[in-house]
Design a protein around this ligand. Structure first.
Ligand code: 5CA
Ligand code: ZN
Length: 421
């Protein structure tokens, strides 16, 4: 799938160190050190009601990570999926009378426009699930052949031309744990009771009859009347959710890639299970660092499409808000904390952008603070678990005195924070 245009990123003298990131699996700060190229996978949108500020915040966190890697001298290979076939998308399409493909295409287009406006670095590989159905079905076949996926009786599945009724296929957690370098909970570290609660809340079906373990996730859904489906060796149907990210990540980045990222609502079951599928398919761990962004709330609850408590990037843009101010508002929060959008973040960002423009903008006379020293301090803040609020505060501190090389600082703010003054 086509991504969106890449922003210009100025090169800076000197370079950042290797970023240290909070790793969900170990609960500690670890180096996100690329072996050769920095390889990054971030879970993409399910294209309806895009792009709200929660989405934008998560993609901005991994944009910041890439800017640090680039500044450190690494090249980056970045992959992102689009969940363009899944139950919530089909439900929204049915509720609004829009064809599901049309809904997905229009929302991906809106997402592209928002990402472009915000200056977010695009993925090198932008892959929609519907583009790789054959590859996913093949992976499901391999799991099934290896005894790691099993069929569950599916009375409402369609009967094919040969008179055979399709069956849903589930991932066998216990079999995978025996054969792959993976244990359930490696990434989330959750107890079973919490897993069961989250599994039910986030698309799982713990009480489906015929499953070997309540937590076994669906990897292939057999065709039903009125639902889109694709022919495959495992029967007509469509992929389960977690397997899409395992297959796309393995196809595009290989195993043991540098960082797997996404919002913290994906830690369980999505990321635990996609790492499990990938380990069962490849015999290797999926990634070195498992990173998660905090949740943005609005009106007291997590901003989410299902609740409808959304502030859309496109809505703010339509109100004439400068996308750089939106970016600055999101950067003022640490990516890992949960926080609530109130609008005051935006007011403060507008003021901050103005103050920075007055102090460091074009045609401003040099001041007394050292740009080079300030850039080193910004780098130190950013390599320490992407501490953007600290970076902004450092820049604020130079506003009253100005800097000796405003052009250099402008380049640094552009390269590292993505804001061209
Ligand atoms: N398509 C799946 C991932 S494979 C999905 O979760 N799509 S999504 O559209 O619901 O979310 C897209 C990304 O935004 C995910 O990384 C998700 O974790 C993140 N996200 C969703 N809501 C919020 C929020 N309120 N705050 C921060 N990040 C969020
Ligand atoms: Zn995903």
């Amino acid at each position: 799938m086509r991504a969106w245009p890449r922003p210009e990123i100025p090169a800076l003298p000197g370079h950042a160190g290797v970023p240290r990131l909070h790793d969900t699996a170990t609960g500690s700060l670890v180096e996100a050190r690329p072996t050769d190229v920095a390889r990054l996978y971030v879970c993409g949108i399910t294209p309806y009601d895009a792009t709200h500020l929660g989405h934008a915040t998560t993609y901005l966190a991994y944009d910041t990570l890439q800017r640090i890697w680039l500044d450190a001298g690494y090249s980056v290979h970045y992959a992102q999926n689009v969940t363009d076939i899944d139950d919530p998308l089909l439900e929204r399409a049915a509720a609004t009378g829009v064809e599901w493909k049309e809904l997905a295409l229009s929302q991906v287009e809106l997402f592209r426009e928002d990402m472009t406006a915000l200056g977010i670095i695009p993925p090198d590989e932008y892959v929609a699930v519907t583009e790789v159905i054959d590859e996913i079905a093949e992976a499901v076949c391999r799991l099934s052949d290896a005894g790691i996926a099993y069929a569950v009786d599916t009375p409402d599945a369609l009967v094919n031309d040969a008179g055979v009724r399709g069956t849903d296929l589930y991932f066998d957690i216990a079999a995978a744990e025996e054969s792959a370098p993976w244990r359930l909970g490696d990434e989330s570290n959750l107890d079973r009771e919490t897993m069961l609660t989250l599994f039910a809340e986030r698309g799982g079906d713990p009480d489906r009859a015929g499953k070997r373990d309540k937590l076994d996730p669906l990897v292939w859904r057999a065709a039903r009347d009125g639902e889109p489906s694709w022919p495959s060796r495992v029967g007509d149907g469509r992929p389960g959710w977690h397997i899409e990210c395992s297959v796309i990540a393995l196809m595009e980045l290989g195993t043991d890639f540098t960082v797997q990222g996404g919002g913290s609502d994906l830690v369980f079951p999505h990321h635990d299970m996609s790492a499990g599928h990938a380990a069962a398919l490849s015999g290797h761990p999926l990634a070195g660092v498992y990173s998660h962004a905090g949740m943005v709330a609005y009106q007291g609850e997590k901003m989410s499409k299902s609740l409808g408590n959304l502030v859309l990037v496109s809505g703010l843009r339509a109100d004439g808000i400068d996308p750089r101010a939106i970016r600055l508002a999101l950067l003022s929060q640490h990516y890992r904390t949960d926080w609530e959008w109130t609008g005051t973040q935006l007011d403060e960002a507008v003021l901050r952008q103005t103050r920075w423009g007055v102090a460091f903008g074009e045609h401003v006379a040099p001041g007394s603070a050292s740009s080079a020293e300030l850039i080193e301090n910004i780098r130190t803040a950013l390599v320490t678990d992407l501490d953007t609020p600290a970076a902004l505060t450092l820049i604020d501190a130079a506003v009253p005195v100005g800097v000796d090389d405003p052009a250099l600082l402008r380049d640094a703010i552009d390269a590292l924070l993505g804001i061209r003054l």
